[in-house]
Design a protein around this ligand. Structure first.
Ligand code: AMP
Ligand code: ZN
Length: 119
């Protein structure tokens, strides 16, 4: 499994930097965003270092599937899953998106309504 010793989220995966971890499995961890944009704002990341959704390769497919499954598990645990609620999953890629951390992360946002199109 590839890791980057200089990567913030690799350090969180390794336990070298603290985070409020809400889910962990063999391929992913999920932790609360330090600057939440919604009542529920969790980042799901692969344990392996992957830069972003714009650089994924076929070999990352199982990690990507595990990330979506982890997001569903967290959403259900947070009470925002199911037919009468809802949430947003987002990958930011590149400067125009505002991406700031170069380790793949899936934003899980919920607990309020969101507008579409996004800002
Ligand atoms: P992005 O803008 O898509 O790259 O998202 C990066 C996210 O990481 C932002 O929402 C930040 O608030 C969040 N973040 C940065 N540092 C930490 C940290 N140490 N723990 C939790 N979330 C963080
Ligand atoms: Zn990393």
């Amino acid at each position: 499994m590839s890791t980057d010793p200089d990567c913030l989220f690799c350090k969180i995966v390794a336990g070298d930097i603290p985070a409020d971890i809400v889910h962990s499995d063999d391929r992913t961890i999920a932790f609360r965003d330090i600057n939440p944009q919604a009542p529920v704002h969790v980042l799901v990341v692969p344990r392996a270092h992957v830069v972003d959704a714009g650089t994924v390769v076929p070999g990352d497919a199982e990690d990507l599937a595990a990330m979506v499954m982890a997001a569903k598990t967290v959403a259900d645990a947070e009470g925002i899953g199911g037919e009468d609620r809802g949430y947003r999953l987002a990958f930011n890629v590149g400067p125009d998106s505002g991406n700031s951390v170069a380790h793949l992360h899936l934003h899980l946002l919920g607990g309020r309504s969101f507008v579409w199109p996004p800002g």
